[in-house]
Ligand binder design. Structure first.
Ligand code: TMP
Length: 396
């Protein structure tokens, strides 16, 4: 049975940046209510009422996976590992974004699926790219008469697709006999541990645990056989999945991960009720910090126009009165306005100037990369604010 445990309030689409802050544009902005639920039988944590993907993955989709050095390196590393371990003849990626993963493979081996047309356009010249949503129909079109995929890779995408049953059925159909599905998604264990409630937004329809994922794939004839922890996106998991009949043996690493999830009680509703109380405390403390600094007339900006910060700013109602502007390296976010709170976004070259006293780490998952880059800001007395694992100020 599905039980709602966290209400993050009225939220806009987190990747829907506004081209203007005119009354007309703002009046058309789409909002929905972000409630998070726990399924007491499958242990699946999900957005209670998912938004229709057609509104989210449009030809204006802003996120570019290759913007970050951390992600570019991480994808190159896993591509090499998969090549060495499985020597795949056909590799398919579901949600290929700007090609950051597939560019590590020879073009004749790759099939890319990317529903956002602006992103599919970036890879289609070099790689076979389908500008479509992943579903049974597309799987049939690609694989009914062709060689099946030895590797299906999907990073930060499966957790975005509302219809999991159809998704996994289509994957089962598309995998070769001993083929491997490798997925990467944010870790529920990390969300609970870090009180990183900003992992919940419209696109993260699910935040998986190994426990819940093994339950949901079962009815599609799939099983989980290995898993590993990742540092990316503030704590993710990589899952290795195969057909029931494949020869891959369940690893000890996976046994330990499942044991730890049970120890953390990720299969109990009480865990999530406790979590929601911690989220409320985190919100109150973050607002207190912002207001205290603003009362002292400090200049506060936000670093990274991330989907995560969209959840935070709209849940905590942190807007233009508290934040002067947001900086982001992504060209197509610059000059736009953040969803819901309509704070202007500018380039870090202009924004990270001597007047800035505090910068909220909207991209806290890239903290290491950012602190290394912003040594000068810290040296001259600039400080960062973060909310993970609890709201605090970082100075060095
Ligand atoms: P995310 O929404 O996947 O976390 O994307 C991170 C965003 O943060 C992306 O829009 C790029 C931006 N960013 C910066 O502006 N500066 C940085 O140093 C890093 C690492 C990211």
């Amino acid at each position: 049975m599905k039980k709602n445990f966290l209400n993050l309030g009225r939220q806009p689409l987190a990747n829907s940046f506004l081209v203007s802050n005119s009354k007309k544009t703002l009046s058309k902005e789409f909002f929905y209510n972000l409630n998070i639920s726990f399924d007491t039988s499958s242990y699946l944590v999900s957005v209670a009422n998912p938004v229709n993907p057609k509104y989210q993955y449009t030809d204006k989709y802003a996120h570019r996976a290759s913007e970050s050095i951390t992600m570019r390196k991480a994808f190159a590393k896993i591509a090499k590992k998969l090549n060495q371990k499985y020597s795949p003849k056909i590799i398919m990626e579901i949600g290929s974004n700007d090609g950051v993963f597939i560019k590590n493979f020879k073009k004749d081996k790759v099939i890319a699926i990317e529903p956002c047309k602006n992103l599919a356009d970036l890879t289609k010249k070099k790689y076979k790219t389908y500008p479509n949503f992943w579903n049974k129909k597309l799987a049939n079109k690609i694989f009914l008469k062709s060689q099946k995929a030895d590797i299906i890779f999907s990073a930060n995408t499966i957790s975005h697709i509302p219809n999991l049953k159809e998704t996994f059925d289509a994957i089962e159909f598309s995998l070769s006999k001993n083929g491997v599905l490798v997925i990467e998604d944010p870790s529920l264990y990390s969300v609970i541990k870090n009180i990183s409630y900003d992992q919940f937004y419209d696109e993260h329809v699910y935040v998986f645990s190994a426990l819940s994922l093994s339950n949901v794939i079962r009815s599609s004839g799939l099983r989980l056989f290995d898993s590993e922890k990742l540092d990316t996106h503030g704590g993710s998991m990589r899952y290795y999945i195969c057909k029931d009949s494949a020869t891959h043996k369940q690893t000890r690493k996976l046994d330990i991960i499942i044991k730890n999830e049970k120890k953390a009680k990720l299969d109990k509703l009480s865990t999530y009720i406790h979590f929601s109380k911690q989220v409320k405390k985190s919100k109150d403390e973050l607002i207190r910090i912002f207001k205290k600094l603003k009362n002292k007339k400090k200049t506060i900006i936000s670093y990274g126009a991330t989907y995560k910060s969209s959840t935070i700013f709209n849940y905590c109602k942190i807007g233009k009165k508290l934040i002067d502007y947001v900086t982001d390296t992504t060209l197509n976010k610059q000059g736009k306005f953040t969803p819901g709170q309509h704070i202007s976004i500018i380039s870090p070259e202009i924004g990270m100037n001597n007047k800035v006293d505090y910068a909220f780490l909207g991209a806290w998952n890239f903290k290491k990369e950012i602190l290394a880059k912003e040594k000068e800001f810290l040296r001259r007395g600039g400080k960062f604010i973060t909310h993970v694992p609890f709201p605090k100020i970082i100075s060095k």
